[in-house]
Design a protein. Structure first.
Length: 94
């Protein structure tokens, strides 16, 4: 479950933290959530209908907005700030 952009300001209440967190788009969070759940850029591209290049641009923008040092760091920030919940069952490989 994502914290949608219209709810982000209320969710965070302007309390400290990253100033750009309210400006992160739903698509950027959706991509980070899919990465957190084990999806590749190719799989995210298929799921969203966007090109792999576009997905990579969206993810890099999310990393920047979260002041993260890497994609992994951005995913960790999003999880720790409760921007989405992990799907604990779907990412496991048989």
């Amino acid at each position: 479950m994502l914290v949608r952009s219209k709810d982000r300001k209320e969710h965070f209440g302007g309390i400290g933290g990253r100033q750009n967190i309210e400006s992160i788009s739903d698509l950027q969070l959706e991509c980070l959530e899919m990465l957190a759940n084990g999806k590749s850029s190719d799989e995210i591209s298929d799921a969203t209908g966007l090109s792999i290049h576009s997905i990579d641009v969206v993810i890099k923008s999310a990393v920047s907005k979260l002041d993260a040092k890497s994609i992994v760091h951005a995913v960790a920030i999003a999880i720790s700030d409760h921007l989405f919940e992990l799907d604990h069952g779907s990412s496991r490989r048989e």
